[in-house]
Write a protein that binds this ligand. Structure first.
Ligand code: ADE
Length: 288
C-alpha cells in the first residue's frame, strides 16, 4: 500500500539513458499504437523516449473488469472509479525501473484543463518522467487526482474548447508536441526555431520546386538569393498571416522584440502600440 506522506518531487532517477519516460494509463491501449510510428517510433528506438502503455482494466479485481460506475448526485453518463486508478498509479510508482524516489508529472487530459500551448510543450519536455491518465465518459473520480496531487505534480490539460471522446487522442498530440522538442529527435533543429508559435507568430508560407506550377509562381524574392530580403519577406508574411488569423497573438507580442520594419508593417495594417504597451488595432473612426 502506497503512503501519501511522501514528498512531492519530480523524478530524478528515472531517465532511461537520458531519455524521457512516458507512461500512459488507458482503457484502450491500442489507441496509443501510433506512438510506435514515425518520429516517436524512431525516438523510442534511439532511446530518447521510453514509452509504456498500461491497461487500466489490469488493475480491476472483479470478473467483468469494471472500471466505471454511475455518478453520485445523479446525472448522465458514467464516472471512472477510484479503485482501479488508485491501483494503477500505485503500480507505476512501485516500478523499480523508475527509482525509489522518482515521481512522474501526472498529466490528465480534460476539456476543463489548462490550455496546451507550445510553451507548455517546452515545459513538459524538461521533465524526465510524464505519466498520462486517460479519462473517458464523464471523467475520473476527483479523489484520484486529489490523492495523486499530494505526492506528485498533477496537471489537467486541455487541447482546446471542444470535447473529445477521451484523453487518448490528447495524449498522442501532447506526446508528439513534446517529443519533437527533445534534443536528437529532429535532425534539423533550425526548423524548431522558425515554426509557428515558437516566436509567438504563425509561420510564413513555404514553397519547393518547381518554380512554376499550374500557372502559379513561387514569390520572386525567394529565388533572388538575397538572404536579407528573404528574411524580411518571411517576417512580413508571418506578421500578416498572424494578424489575419490570430490577432490575439499580435496583441500578446512584445513590442520590444519588434524592429522598425515590423512596426511599420503593423502600423500599415492599423495596429500600433497603445498606452498598455501592447499592439492594438486603431479605434474605428466615429461617424456621426
Ligand atoms: N478529453 C476530452 N476533451 C478533451 C480536450 N478538449 N482536451 C483534452 N482532453 C480532452
Amino acid at each position: 500500500m502506497r503512503t501519501t506522506a511522501l514528498a512531492k518531487t519530480t523524478a530524478t532517477t528515472c531517465r532511461a539513458s537520458d531519455g524521457v519516460r512516458i507512461d500512459v494509463v488507458t482503457i484502450f491501449p491500442e489507441y496509443l499504437d501510433p506512438l510506435r510510428l514515425s518520429l516517436i517510433g524512431k525516438a523510442r528506438e534511439g532511446g530518447l523516449l521510453d514509452v509504456h502503455v498500461h491497461d487500466l482494466r489490469e488493475h480491476t479485481t472483479d470478473r467483468h473488469r469494471t472500471v466505471d460506475d454511475t455518478p453520485y448526485g445523479g446525472g448522465a453518463g458514467m464516472v471512472l472509479g477510484p479503485a482501479a486508478w488508485g491501483a494503477a498509479l500505485d503500480a507505476l510508482l512501485a516500478d523499480p525501473a523508475a527509482g525509489p524516489a522518482a515521481r512522474p508529472r501526472l498529466i490528465v487530459p480534460t476539456p476543463g484543463g489548462r490550455p496546451f500551448t507550445q510553451a507548455y510543450a517546452t515545459e513538459l519536455g524538461a521533465e524526465p518522467w510524464l505519466a498520462f491518465a486517460c479519462g473517458r465518459y464523464e471523467g475520473i473520480d476527483r479523489r484520484v487526482l486529489d490523492e495523486a496531487a499530494e505526492i506528485m505534480a498533477v496537471d489537467e490539460v486541455s487541447l482546446g474548447d471542444y470535447v473529445l471522446g477521451g484523453g487518448e487522442v490528447a495524449v498522442l498530440v501532447i506526446v508528439e508536441a513534446v517529443a519533437r522538442l527533445l534534443p536528437g529527435v529532429i535532425g534539423n533543429v533550425e526548423s524548431l526555431t522558425e515554426e509557428s508559435h515558437t516566436a509567438g507568430l504563425l509561420e510564413y508560407p513555404v514553397y519547393t520546386k518547381p518554380a512554376q506550377w499550374r500557372g502559379r509562381d513561387v514569390p520572386a524574392v525567394l529565388l533572388s538569393g538575397n538572404h536579407g530580403a528573404i528574411a524580411r519577406w518571411r517576417r512580413d508574411e508571418s506578421l500578416l498571416r498572424t494578424l489575419r488569423v490570430r490577432p490575439d497573438l499580435i496583441h500578446a507580442l512584445d513590442p520590444g522584440g519588434c524592429d522598425r520594419a515590423d512596426l511599420a508593417l503593423l502600423a500599415s495594417q492599423g495596429w500600433t502600440v497603445g498606452a498598455d504597451g501592447r499592439f492594438s488595432p486603431a479605434e474605428p473612426a466615429v461617424s456621426d
